[in-house]
Ligand binder design. Structure first.
Ligand code: PEP
Ligand code: MN
Length: 293
């Protein structure tokens, strides 16, 4: 677009040329996290507790999800809680436990960063930085994530349209970080029978519009343990590159999101079922070795 001489805003970028768009880059973005490939055609499973609560809880849960078929470990050290009186996470101590869990299991870790001031520290500990739903529109945080050298698991805002979500992702890519994994985690609607409304149609829509990998979080998407495996399987059918689920070794004692956290045995069963569904749609689990029957 022509602009007047002296206008600092030289040209308005045509949105179709945005870095996230398929028109700009037709081939899928494939993300390599310490040898785990996300978006390469095989299904990736990310699992772990909502929050890192203590060393024992994290290590126990990490070992269980590892033996159950997880490819990456999740766990929040900085928690975006609705109430300021709820458990807020262990901060750096939690990141240290995640490091230990990685050493023991070999699983790369995903953890959330909420504050630009913590970006460098979190980046130094984690393999993937998570930006949570509530921060999807936190542009300073997105710009910092764009400058860091780790892949970003970027969750959809609970009130964001797909196009707003992609424009927010554009902030990260524009700063030079194209290692972005999108995550549908449910949006807020009038429906109250689930915690959020998991928008599974967003998965094929995103896959059509962008080259970035797309995963689904049925834990926050439904808020109820019994719905997690069925919606995880549905996510695979609609084309997700993987799922992220909350698992706790003792969900009834969890300091956050216990009601939506799977028991380790539920997780094992879910992975087996996902494997069958994946095969039905011509895919495999990422490097998953079937457990003995
Ligand atoms: C989480 O994954 O830990 C989390 C807080 O999810 P969301 O940002 O989607 O609410
Ligand atoms: Mn949670």
């Amino acid at each position: 677009m022509e602009t007047q001489k002296g206008d600092k805003n030289i040209s308005a970028r045509d949105s179709s040329s945005n870095l996230v768009n398929r028109q700009t880059k037709t081939d899928d973005t494939i993300i390599n996290v310490n040898g785990i490939i996300i978006g390469g055609g095989e299904i990736v499973i990310i699992a772990g507790p909502c929050a890192v609560e203590n060393r024992e809880q994290l290590l126990e849960t990490a070992k269980k999800v590892h033996s159950g078929g997880a490819n990456l470990l999740r766990g929040g050290a900085f928690k975006p809680r609705t109430s300021p009186y709820s458990f807020q996470g262990l901060g750096e101590e939690g990141l240290q436990y995640l490091n230990e869990a990685r050493e023991i299991t070999g699983l790369p870790v995903v953890t959330e960063v909420m504050d630009t001031r913590d970006m460098e520290m979190v980046c130094n500990y984690t393999d993937i930085i998570q930006i949570g739903s509530r921060n999807m529109h936190n542009f300073p945080l997105l710009k910092e994530a764009g400058k860091c050298r780790k892949p970003v698991l970027f969750k959809r805002g609970l009130m964001a349209t797909v196009d707003e979500y992609l424009l927010a992702a554009e902030y990260i890519l524009k700063e030079g970080n194209d290692q972005v994994i999108l995550c549908e985690r449910g949006i807020r609607t009038f429906e109250t029978s689930t915690r959020n409304t998991l928008d599974l149609s967003a998965v094929p829509v995103l896959k059509q519009k962008t080259h970035l990998p797309v995963i689904v979080d049925p834990s926050h998407g439904t808020g109820q343990r019994w719905l997690v495996p069925i919606m995880a399987k549905a996510a695979i059918v609609v084309g997700a590159d993987g799922v992220m689920v909350e698992v706790h070794h003792k969900p009834e004692e969890a300091l956050s999101d216990g009601q939506q956290s799977l028991y380790p045995e539920d997780f094992v069963q879910m992975v087996r079922e996902i494997e069958e569904i994946a095969r039905a749609v011509g895919k495999e689990l990422y490097h998953y070795k079937p457990l003995p029957a």
